[in-house]
Design a protein around this ligand. Structure first.
Ligand code: IZC
Ligand code: ZN
Length: 409
């Protein structure tokens, strides 16, 4: 199926097939009066004016802004239950890690996820993906980590695989069995790490259920050295590495990410200069999660310093039932401007190309260029600044995924 999107007021896109850092983070192509020609789900041409001939459907963009589809590079999509019962505790000032240490937080979601069947988990996550699609997301990374035993981790990952067949968003799967120490291994950290390395990782790899492995490297969760062991074991099985690093305390997560050449390090709220230098040295993408800072009342990561150091910055939601029970990439875009002080063109790269790169998808999506998947948004705007200036409402008008019009407001 061919589709011509014409009468685009302004087309704005980063360019390339790899993450862009430093000054290049803000280098985007803008083109007035453009069209995008799509053939067989792929972009065939991006030009000004009208093509000489076209055989297929046409979509009049009505002078709107056109960008690549958004990539949400960090979610904990599949889980049972919610955690609204912890809201009062949080409002009374009980810290996130204290709630976890008391057996709540992640462990509360683990109990609910273990109790849920695959269909229930899939139906619930599907609803969330439908919201995200309407908000402009065309690629989404999804982590496991609420099973914390072999059976239930594999269950979560299989749900993600099933979801790929039930809706259009491209899903990237990450195994995160090292999200917390499960209650039954309290006092036996080595036993659980052994289970992760000897049993879970090989099974996940054998079934091809995950492209990445992520570890929550945090005070009271997994140490830097434990994280390194788990992640290098995953790398040996062909998986890429991601690290939840320096979310609350800087205990060495960004250093490990740099040293092992992780594709991305997540959160980085507490990252110090040495941590930022380690990311740069290891070619690691900083995956920043400003909606979590908002929800936990925490500081915001030092995004400007990361860009100044030449580290490519991406921004994602962190959708999860604890620290970010909302999956709105447009809010992330607003926060990246106001709290990180990134410019709209830098944020555009952060939520498209750099996010695609952090998800291993930069050769396939994240820009509007010939040969890439036709993941395209039309916005209710005729310029780029407006979509960062407005907030709290969905400004996406049309979502095109793999060349198909999947949302039209
Ligand atoms: O369920 O609390 N930070 N993992 C690390 C999370 C937040 C998700 C959760
Ligand atoms: Zn997370």
């Amino acid at each position: 199926m061919n589709l011509l999107i014409h009468n685009i007021g302004l087309l704005a896109t980063p360019l390339g097939r790899a993450a862009r850092g430093g000054a290049a983070q803000g280098d985007i192509l803008t083109m007035e009066g453009a069209y995008v020609l799509i053939r067989d789900g792929r972009i065939a041409a991006v030009e000004q004016g009208m093509p000489a001939d076209h055989d297929g459907d046409s979509l009049d963009a009505g002078g709107r802004l056109c960008t690549p589809g958004l990539v949400d590079a960090h979610t904990h999509l599949v889980f049972g239950g919610w955690r609204e019962h912890e809201l009062a505790l949080k409002l009374q000032g009980v810290p996130y890690l204290d709630i976890l240490a008391r057996g709540g937080g992640i462990l509360s979601t683990v109990r609910a996820t273990r109790a849920a069947g695959e269909d229930e988990l899939a139906d619930k996550a599907l609803r969330q993906l439908q919201h995200m699609l309407a908000l402009g997301v065309t690629t989404c990374e999804c982590k496991s980590g609420y099973g914390l035993d072999t059976e239930n981790e594999l269950k979560q990952l299989r749900v993600t695989r099933t979801l790929q067949t039930r809706q259009p968003i491209t899903l990237v799967s990450t195994f995160m069995g090292a999200h917390a120490l499960p209650e039954e291994y309290k006092g036996d950290r080595e036993g659980y790490i052994d289970l992760l390395i000897r049993e879970m990782l090989p099974q996940v790899a054998a079934e091809g259920l995950a492209d990445y492995c992520d570890v929550f490297c945090e005070q009271g969760v997994f140490s830097a050295e434990e994280s390194r062991r788990i992640l290098t074991a995953a790398q040996a099985l062909g998986m890429g590495a991601k690290v939840h690093a320096d979310e609350v305390e800087a205990i060495g997560g960004s250093r490990v990410a740099g040293e092992i050449g992780a594709i991305s390090a997540e959160h980085l709220i507490a990252a110090d200069d040495a941590g930022i230098a380690a990311l740069k040295a290891g070619g690691v993408i900083a995956c920043l999660l400003p909606a979590t800072s908002l929800y936990l009342g925490k500081p915001y990561a030092r995004a400007r310093d990361m860009i100044a150091a030449g580290v490519p910055v991406c921004a994602a939601t962190d959708f999860n039932p604890g620290s970010c029970p909302g999956g709105n990439m447009q809010l992330v875009m607003n926060l990246a401007c106001w709290q990180y002080r990134l410019l709209p063109r830098e944020v555009l790269t952060a939520v498209t190309l750099n996010a695609a790169a952090a998800s291993g998808q930069a050769k396939e999506t994240g820009t509007l260029e010939k040969g890439k998947r036709a993941d395209v948004l039309l916005w209710d705007s005729d310029n780029l600044d407006y979509i960062f200036y407005r907030f709290g409402q969905n400004l996406v008008h049309t979502v095109i995924k793999d060349g198909n019009i999947v949302v039209k407001q």
